[in-house]
Design a protein around this ligand. Structure first.
Ligand code: HEM
Length: 523
């Protein structure tokens, strides 16, 4: 009898929590959010609708289109979440003076120790940022240049072996399409960031595969796939984390109920073990007295050589944060920019002419010094980041307890607010004809006006710390690649597919590549 009553408590509590409480909250409206139009009729009652939107695969675009369709600059996307679509909101939500902090998402997904990326407390964030700022500083870029050059050489060794016979672009058919650019560039960014952060020379570009060693907490090692496990892990987290309170339960259910999500969940777990193995390997070398110039060294000791005395858990977490943040974003940026250049042959030609004016025909790697100030090269990189930002979604922020003013609206305390980077880059007031790939827009005198609204790295105190490193990588790689090779897509209508996790994940990009006849001027 007692057992039966206890058993019926479960469905009753669920109904109360999932249906009755949200309805009461909606009508009580303690934060005055009811005045905002809803993304969907169900949004004021549950965050599962946003989880569903995320599962569709392109939430930043879908949300932007919903704002456009309804003409509403503010939409309620969850019981406690607002989406903004007006460039005035950028400064208020993300700017240096914002009172907002990172949102509960970071608490929900954090491991035992916080890293620079998921730390919420402002003081703790400042401490961590200071610790690593020397490693990221612009003046230190030459420390990383030889590492970037070394990995580009390795990528080109692989590409040279995969070259097709030269083709007439109009006749580029599927025969001879030997390079999945998305895969190779991802292997390259993984190697580059592991070399920069941990002085680890990996062998992914030799094998053409992302197979690496992973290590469980008990020390057991096994073989796992770096890129694959990362993508699986991200897909689960970026779909379900938005229901902050129920996430631990949802995660548990995802792990046990047979479905494609369960497979993703379990396959994604290997990524944490890969990070552990990478960090442990580097620790052993450090303990053996090896002093490498890398991020790991900055974590262990300050500039005068005094130990930082961080806990091992914090070090592993920081290593994970950096090699995670520094690989897929840059790979996505380069995949998308090359795709846009192939689709816009006139732009590719202009870029090539600019590169040929500074690089000798026997230059294999474009040194940063030779190409860093090339205006058209930088314009192509920025236009790629604008039109398809690798991190396109709205980065959730939390208003402080006392509330905050956003776009002249008073938003109550502890409310989740965001604006998608995808929408910011499509504001026609600053980016006319926003869907068109036009590197030239960055060369016009009025381009300065666009800078405050160009936020691929977000803005303010929590903006990307790896900005200089990704520009170093993208500039050297794109210059060297376009100088050395010709490219063709499988056909004129071929389109790159994407799926949005926290960042964009590109589908395979099969292309033909072949060596240019350098020294012959293009007309
Ligand atoms: C095209 C390449 C990249 C893009 C588009 C990008 C974008 C971003 C964005 C949007 C954020 C803010 C995230 C948030 O607020 O939740 C961020 C933060 C961060 N990024 Fe990047 N990133 C790129 C490359 C890199 C690289 C190469 C590294 C490391 C070497 C890196 C390290 C970081 C770190 C450490 C943070 C956290 C900063 C903080 O909270 O203080 N990123 N990035």
């Amino acid at each position: 009898m007692f057992g039966l009553a206890a058993l019926s408590l479960v469905p009753c509590s669920l109904i109360a929590y999932l249906i009755i409480l949200p309805i009461i909250r909606y009508w009580a409206d303690p934060k005055a959010l009811r005045k905002y139009p809803n993304y969907s009729w169900i949004s004021p009652f549950t965050d599962f609708n946003y989880c569903y939107l995320s599962a569709q695969g392109f939430r930043s675009r879908d949300l932007y289109l919903a704002h456009k369709r309804t003409g509403q600059p503010i939409l309620r996307i969850g019981p406690n979440s607002l989406s903004f679509c007006d460039s005035r909101a950028i400064k208020d939500i993300y700017g240096h003076q914002t009172p907002c902090t990172k949102d509960v998402k970071e608490d929900v997904l954090a491991g035992s120790h916080r890293n620079l990326f998921d730390v919420v407390d402002k003081k703790d964030h400042a401490r961590k940022r200071k610790l690593l700022s020397a490693a990221f500083a612009l003046r230190n870029l030459e420390r990383w240049e030889h590492k970037v050059a070394f990995t580009i050489e390795r990528l080109f060794e692989a590409f040279d072996k995969l070259c097709a016979t030269p083709v007439d672009e109009k006749n580029a058919d599927s025969a001879g399409v030997t390079v999945d650019f998305c895969k190779w560039i991802n292997l390259w960014t993984i190697e580059a960031i592991n070399f920069i952060a941990l002085s680890d020379k990996m062998d992914l570009l030799d094998k053409g595969s992302d197979e690496v060693v992973a290590q469980k907490p008990d020390g057991t090692v096994y073989s796992a796939r770096y890129r694959y496990s990362f993508e699986q892990m991200v897909q689960v987290a970026s779909t379900f984390c938005w229901e902050y309170t129920l996430f631990p339960w949802v995660e548990w259910l995802v792990g046990v109920i047979p479905s494609e999500w369960r497979t993703k969940y379990h396959e994604g777990k290997a990524f944490g073990d890969i990070v552990r193995h990478q960090a442990t390997k580097r620790l052993k070398r450090y303990q053996a007295g090896e002093k490498d110039d890398d991020f790991f060294q900055c974590l262990m000791e300050d500039r005068s050589g005094s130990p930082n005395n961080l806990e091992w858990g914090e070090i592993v977490s920081e290593v994970g944060g950096i090699i995670n943040a520094g690989a897929d974003t840059t790979a996505t940026a380069l995949t998308q920019t090359l795709h846009l250049l192939i689709k816009n042959p006139q732009c590719l030609k202009t870029l090539r002419n600019e590169l040929d004016s500074v690089l000798a025909s026997d230059d294999v790697i474009a040194s940063f010094d030779k190409v860093k100030h090339l205006p058209y090269l930088r314009a192509c990189i920025d236009e790629g980041l604008r039109i398809m930002p690798p991190t396109a979604a709205g980065l959730p922020r939390r208003t402080p307890a006392q509330g905050a003013e956003i776009m002249g609206e008073w938003i109550a305390g502890h409310t989740s607010v965001n604006m998608t980077i995808y929408a910011a880059h499509r504001d026609e007031n600053f980016f006319p004809d926003p869907e068109a790939f036009k590197p030239e827009r960055w060369l016009e005198p009025e381009s300065k006006r666009m800078q405050s609204y160009f936020i691929p790295f977000s803005a303010g105190a929590r903006a990307c710390l790896g900005r200089n490193i990704t520009y170093l990588e993208q500039t050297m790689l794109l210059a060297s690649l376009v100088h050395r090779y010709e490219f063709a897509a499988p056909g004129p209508d071929w389109q790159l597919e994407r799926k949005e996790g926290f960042n964009m994940i590109c589908s395979p990009m099969p292309i033909k590549i072949w060596r240019r006849e350098l020294g012959v001027t293009e007309s």
